[in-house]
Design a protein around this ligand. Structure first.
Ligand code: DNO
Length: 369
């Protein structure tokens, strides 16, 4: 596996040099975050980002995310032009990072993460809940979310830039509520049938992020919620580019999702692994915990075991961290707790893969990670 870390570019208070000091850290997960959904990404800006990351001794092979305009998800009249623009950004990504770019020394495939969540990306009701150990974390309580009015203007969601004005947001919510899950699926299929051949030609791998949390919110449909969704996704296209970003923390909020079983069933589709824990505190209620199994509800060792048993290889990132040791900054995306998470994951992978390869390599004294 390749250990990676999400970095928000020039706006990120965390220097690349600090990320470089996390043992085993190999790659940066980044994007052109200042560009609006629908904009074509310029090759020169991607190349500049790549150069900056490489100058810090890291590699840039994973894009998260290339956002999809609402008109595509809604199946609106302008969708073809937006899909063409999205494909043009794929070409730019391939030119800057892909096999046709200058030699980066990396053989790792280039992955492009996206999601198909209407309007809001990941949603929480609290951004800084204090835990008994004094750290602060993101939390979700369905009852609190149901009391929120997304039109009130003061909704502070971590994954939502609030880019729509009140009237536009009201129109969007209305259109999605009328659309329903089946049409959203049809619109995803339409999108994938257009972009997968482009990605495949360019040698890129897409990675759809699950809906977080994996159930409808504010009456909006959400469709990437567990194993059944992945079976349906695979039925749309068997292209190798039709990949999954398996986020243990997002799917793990629903206790019906057995993450190790999902990893085993879909390892061949997983192009990017987000590994984080979550503590379920009641029905549709959870707190983001530290990565360690003992801190949350997921058995992280069983999840890593499922990846290793499946012979899976690919980019992995620690996901959200708590705010610890007085660190402020972007909710979920500080340095310290994610670095602890990275080391914990590295330990699980190293310990288990050493165990698995011991018989094979013991006589040669080889490292097996
Ligand atoms: C949250 C992230 C998501 C993810 C997008 C991918 O921390 O995992 O915002 O980047 O959903 O498109």
């Amino acid at each position: 596996m390749q250990l990676t870390f999400r970095w928000y570019g020039a706006d990120d208070p965390i220097p690349l040099a600090h990320i470089r000091q996390i043992p085993g850290m190999r790659g940066i997960v980044a994007a052109l975050y200042d560009l609006e959904p629908g904009a074509v990404w310029p090759v020169a800006r991607l190349a500049a980002l790549r150069d900056r990351i490489e100058a810090a001794g890291l590699e840039f092979r994973v894009v998260e995310s290339l956002p999809i305009p609402e008109e595509v998800k809604l199946g609106g009249s302008g969708r073809d032009a937006h899909i063409e623009a999205w494909s043009a950004s794929l070409r730019a990504i391939a030119a800057a990072l892909g096999p046709s770019s200058r030699a980066t020394g990396s053989e790792a495939p280039v992955v492009v993460t996206y999601n198909f969540m209407p309007v809001f990306d990941w949603t929480r009701s609290e951004l800084a809940r204090e835990l008994p150990d004094g750290s602060r974390t993101l939390a979700y309580d369905e009852a609190a979310v149901l009391r929120m009015d997304p039109l009130s203007g003061d909704l502070a969601l971590p994954g939502w830039a609030g880019r729509h004005g009140r009237d536009e947001l009201a129109r969007l919510l209305c259109r999605y509520r009328e659309l329903g899950a089946e049409v959203l699926w049809a619109n995803l299929a339409y999108f994938l049938r257009a972009v997968l051949p482009v990605a495949e030609d360019l040698g890129l791998f897409l990675a759809i992020h699950p809906d977080d949390p994996p159930w409808p919110i504010f009456g909006l449909p959400r469709i990437i919620t567990g194993a059944a969704s992945y079976r349906r996704l695979e039925a749309i296209s068997s292209s190798p580019a039709n990949g999954i970003c398996l986020c243990s923390g997002s799917l793990g909020c629903d206790p019906a999702n057995d993450i190790p079983a999902i990893v085993r069933e879909f390892a061949h589709r997983i192009t990017f692994a987000h590994l984080r824990n979550v503590k379920l505190t009641g029905p549709r209620k959870f707190e983001e915990s530290a990565h360690y199994s003992g801190s949350g509800s997921l058995d992280m060792a069983a999840i890593v075991r499922a990846y290793l048993d499946s012979g899976w290889d690919g980019p992995v990132r620690p996901d959200h961290g708590r705010a610890i040791w007085g660190e402020g900054g972007r909710p979920g995306y500080g340095l310290y707790d994610r670095a602890l998470g990275a080391e914990y994951l590295l330990g699980l992978f190293e310990g288990m893969s050493a165990g698995m390869g011991r018989e094979k390599n013991a006589h040669r004294g080889q490292k097996t990670l």
